[in-house]
Design a binder for this molecule. Structure first.
Ligand SMILES: [Zn+2]
Length: 371
């Protein structure tokens, strides 16, 4: 993702300022951006006429005239995110402020068949037609996949979690008629978390779902790496010659900390695992979770040593971690020679839709850059 403010126009600068700062007054915009007050006024009026910004009352004044509050109209544009996993399909419609306007999550095993894509198309159309009267307001559709995606966001360079054929991108065109691109699932989730958490510095997102992945974020952009494999934390070796990983090697973090390491004991049901854990009655489950956290602590400490930034526990398991965060922080801190405070470890905002939201953010980011 490119830097912001690449295309600089006065109205674009004003719009982006309002977008990233929430609310502001004419005077503050003029002062901060170094634009004369008349030019600021003219541009604000034009943006308002286009329906891009609105008045939101007046600021409290300590004397003199009260200043009008300006803010972006969050539903002036929207984007769709579709997250395809082995067994689930999630579709979200988000506005510019990343509010989820509508969403659908269903259990449906992925198959590259007409039947599967027809269902996807139907669900997509239902959401879009129920919420967007004017299709030109839909910026695009980001599709999140458990795969490594080429730089063009149209090719899949590595996929073992779900089988994907080489012409998968063109296959989609039979069912989706707006602009669409592919994104890695864990990278997308990291993007959603960093935007939602308003991170301006570096942050690592660790995705703990049916596979383990992640993203290293620099503010609002993903560090993709030389081969678009930045953040493939699942294949960090944590136990030499250890358990077999799906990649064919042994001892990878994925083999120890994917969600199956827990759900293998509850017939694939993660919610049930955490319910039993919470009841504190099943010693076996408590031990399994303890061992899981010990292994996860090794990875989290390694990431802290590499990046020295906040680490967000995400994915399906991360969504359940808040009750166990204190415990987990203690385990991670034991391995850390420099720190006694584990507050750098955070829990994700999104429970199930981070990857879908993150894939949609691409189009919002693009819109903001080119405004
Ligand atoms: Zn591996």
């Amino acid at each position: 993702m490119n830097d912001f403010f690449t295309k600089s126009t006065i109205s674009g600068d004003i719009y982006r300022f309002l977008y990233f700062n929430g609310q502001s007054s004419r005077q503050e915009i003029s002062n901060t951006l170094g634009i004369s007050l008349p030019t600021t006024t003219r541009n604000l009026n034009a943006l308002q006429e286009e329906g891009m910004i609105e008045n939101a009352g007046e600021f409290e004044s300590t004397g003199g005239r009260k200043a009008t509050i300006y803010q972006c109209v969050s539903n002036s544009r929207c984007a769709v995110g579709i997250d395809i996993t082995r067994n689930h399909l999630t579709i979200v419609l988000i506005d510019l402020a990343l509010n989820i306007i509508d969403s659908k999550r269903m259990r449906i095993p992925f198959r590259e068949t007409h039947e599967y894509f027809s269902i996807l198309q139907e669900e997509f159309e239902t959401i879009v037609s129920a919420n967007i009267a004017d299709r030109s307001r839909l910026l695009g559709i980001g599709i999140s996949l458990p795969a490594i995606i080429g730089e063009d966001h149209k090719t899949v360079t590595y996929a073992t979690v779900i089988p994907l054929s080489l012409n998968i991108y063109s296959f989609f065109s039979n069912y989706i008629h707006e602009p669409y691109l592919f994104f890695n699932d864990a990278n997308s989730a990291g993007l959603a978390e960093s935007w939602k958490g308003d991170y301006t510095d570096s942050v690592v997102y660790l995705s703990l779902s049916s596979s383990v992945g992640g993203a290293y974020m620099n503010g609002r952009s993903i560090h993709a790496g030389d081969n678009n494999r930045g953040g493939e934390f699942g294949h960090i070796t944590i136990v030499p010659h250890g358990k077999r990983c799906y990649c064919g090697r042994n001892g990878c973090l994925d083999a120890y900390c994917n969600a199956n390491a827990l759900t293998d004991f509850t017939e694939g049901n993660l919610k049930e695992f955490f319910e039993i854990l919470k009841s504190e009655k099943n010693k076996g489950i408590i031990n399994i979770f303890n061992e899981y956290m010990e292994n996860l602590a090794i990875a989290v400490n390694s990431l802290r040593m590499c990046f020295d930034c906040d680490i967000i526990l995400g994915g399906n398991v991360g969504a359940y971690m808040s009750d166990y965060l204190d415990d987990f922080r203690k385990k991670a801190i034991k391995l850390n020679p420099f720190e006694k405070d584990g507050s750098y470890i955070q829990v994700c905002h999104y429970r199930t839709s981070a990857s879908a939201v993150g894939a949609a953010i691409y189009y919002i980011d693009e819109f903001l850059q080119n405004f």
